[in-house]
Design a binder for this molecule. Structure first.
Ligand code: GDP
Ligand code: MG
Length: 407
């Protein structure tokens, strides 16, 4: 992978006192090949390698105590820069509703994203409304309704009177409805085609003109490779956008799209989609992505996901039980496993720890079903009925979450 190769290129420099220009040049050449093989756009690669070379040959490296470390730092900083630099917040309208329009090719992940964004906004205290303006695909409206239900977010669908058959009218009435009913954010899902298409662009532009979005997110499948730049440029010209969302970052993407789009269009990546489920979604932080590529781990994202998944009160109660009177039951154990599962797949979690790139093979063999198996065993136990004094640590409790009293 890109990560492996960049790491190999950089670590060949480690442990050397002084670096010759030839050493540095060899490393940079290898990083350059790795980026190209990962489908990163040529102009981006050129810019990146030129800057790294320039900085590496400057005095800051040759005089540094640990030159290899210094190069890692430069590569990290430059990766962060081409990934869009500092994280930008969503710009909310001064007078609600804030309108967020989604644009991108068919299958890019727009409808899925609408649900994820809806839930994320709701969790942040907003009252979002999803608007089904994709009338192209036969089941698109129904898909958004299902997605909305899963996210616990309201959906505006075309009905007689609000623009059946007319996506622009559905969008317009949807935003009007949001204003009347005090939804403060409207997420407009739109149609996509399999390729760049003038009619589609026009429709998206018409929707844009009708709802005047505060943000337009261009959603792009991270697996699309070299086409990423052409597609992004076509949408930048045809519709215009304020931010990028990378979807399917969980797949075997070679990473090129992620590294090219922001840099080529000058728009920041706002979010990353990492799976099909509504929770497989995170803010995008260029510096953290750079750390992941360099296999420096991504502790911040891991910590944030943990905080999101764990109920604070539950955690405190649990801590009390373990530290306090030792009344830690199998029921508590089950609850803990549930929370671990909420953190997403174990592999994904472990992958965010520093240095995990090297034990990727073991990670591949890690069987997540093991967790389910243990859970099934505990669940199959019959709750103990006879009072067993002080043996409460092995008491199985019913699945219902009652107040944990002593037996
Ligand atoms: P749209 O045509 O742009 O609305 O794309 P959809 O939201 O319908 O998504 C197309 C397919 O990609 C669906 O099967 C989704 O479940 C899947 N999908 C969307 N986002 C992701 C993601 O981040 N990871 C993975 N693995 N699949 C995704
Ligand atoms: Mg869709």
């Amino acid at each position: 992978t890109l990560s492996d190769r960049i790491n190999a290129a950089v670590s060949s420099l480690r442990g050397r006192g002084r670096l010759s220009d030839a050493d540095i040049a060899a490393s940079i050449a290898e990083i350059r090949r790795a980026l190209l093989d990962a489908d990163v756009a040529l102009p981006v690669v050129r810019d990146f390698t030129a800057t790294v070379r320039e900085r590496a040959e400057a005095a800051e490296v040759s005089r540094a105590l640990n030159p290899a470390q210094q190069i890692v730092k430069i590569v990290h900083e430059e990766l962060t820069r081409i990934l869009g630099g500092a994280t930008r917040e969503i710009s909310f309208a001064k007078r609600p509703p804030t309108v967020i329009m989604l644009a991108g090719l068919q299958g890019a992940g727009k409808t899925t994203l609408a649900g994820k964004l809806g839930k994320w906004l709701r969790d942040a205290g907003h009252t979002p409304l999803l608007v089904a303006s994709d009338l192209q695909r036969p089941n698109a409206v129904q898909q958004l309704e299902i997605v909305g239900r899963g996210a616990g977010v309201a959906v505006w669908s075309p009905e007689p009177g609000n623009g059946v058959g007319d996506p622009v009218e559905v969008a317009r009435t949807g935003v009007a409805h949001a204003r009347e009913q005090f939804y403060d954010v409207v997420v407009v899902d739109t149609a996509g085609r399999l390729g760049i298409d003038a009619e589609l662009m026009q429709q998206a532009a018409d929707i844009r003109d009708a709802v005047r979005p505060d943000e337009t997110f261009f959603v792009i499948d991270a697996m699309i490779g070299q086409d990423a730049v052409t597609t992004a440029n076509a949408f930048a010209q045809g519709v215009g956008f304020t931010g990028v969302v990378l979807s399917k970052l969980d797949g075997d993407a070679r990473g090129g799209a992620a590294l090219s789009v922001s840099s080529v269009t000058g728009k920041p990546v706002m979010f990353a989609s990492t799976g099909e489920k509504v929770g497989d979604f995170e803010r995008f932080h260029a510096d953290r992505m750079a750390s992941r590529i360099l296999d420096m781990g991504d502790m911040m994202t891991l910590i944030e996901q943990a905080e999101r998944a764990f109920d604070e009160d539950q955690a405190a109660e649990l801590a009390n039980k373990i530290a306090g009177d030792g009344d830690f039951t199998l029921d508590d154990f089950l609850q803990q496993m549930q929370q671990m599962k909420q953190l997403g797949s174990m592999k994904k979690m472990l992958g965010m720890l520093p240095g995990m790139g090297q034990i990727r093979e073991q990670l591949e063999n890690f069987d997540e079903r093991e967790v389910d198996r243990v859970e099934a065993i505990v669940r199959s136990m019959t709750p103990g009925s006879a009072p067993t004094p002080r043996s409460s640590t092995v008491r199985a409790a019913p699945a219902s979450r009652g107040a944990p009293g002593r037996p």
